[in-house]
Design a protein around this ligand. Sequence first.
Ligand code: NCD
Length: 301
Amino acid sequence: MRIRRSLLDLDDLDADELAYVFGRTAAFEQNAPGRLLEGTACVNVFFEQSTRTFTSFNLAELRLGADVVNLSPKDLSLATKGETLEDTAMTLGAMGVGVLVVRHPEAGFPKRIALYFDGHVINAGDGAHAHPTQALLDLYTLIEEFGQLAERTVAIVGDVAHSRVAHSTIRGLRRMGANVVLVGPEGFLPAEYAIEGVTIERDFDAILPHADAIVLLRIQRERFAEMPLSNEEYVAAYRLDKRRLKNVRADAVVMHPGPYNRGMELDDSVLEFAGWRYLKQVHHGVAIRMAVLDLLVNARR
Ligand code: NCD
């Protein structure tokens, strides 16, 4: 196994590393791991709000016995004292910080840091670009459900264009051989998204009886100026609700990276659907992040 310095997107992991992460996730959920990160300093810097990703990275680091520092962006000298990103990264490296977990509204920001940081950078979400640990926990949840994903149909619904989760999860699903169907209006899903292994469907109702899994997305309003359609039009065409659930297969699962907006992409009946897996996803998020930390810091060829 190669030593990977950073996890900026899913493609940074080869097939062996993916298998390692999933195997370790299962093991860590069975038995609490020891202090595998004893003596490793982890710094978390989130330039955007986060509940799930921030808390689960913190728990993962603490459970592995790491030294954990949470830096608030407004407290960085970068913000007000004219220090460059490059100098900030080198400074943290010189202190012996081993892992930097970064979320930022700008696509490519974690990569810029990784160029100057003498340690491992983990992308916790950069703009609309990528969110690899969310994709890993999505894949893990699906694999737990279905075993092999080849031949399974996974529908990803809504604001695909502005969703970093969708971008990373689509990559992962294609690698697993799943049949990916993207569902949404033109403004949230340009025709260019139709590539090998990925089809576009504008009519949500048409895919409902065929999907093994439905991944709902929040409309990422912070990333665009104008809604391409009204809230009412969106709800009428793309909300998963009581009426549409009747056409979803009884053995299908419904997922969401969170945070979900009740009334927009889903209604409350989805939260009671037997196949609703959101809390499972969140649960797996902690062990997935422990496994990623273990891979980057400890895995040796
Ligand atoms: C997402 C994110 O921040 O990219 N949430 C998450 O990390 N689980 C999705 C979103 O904000 O809608």
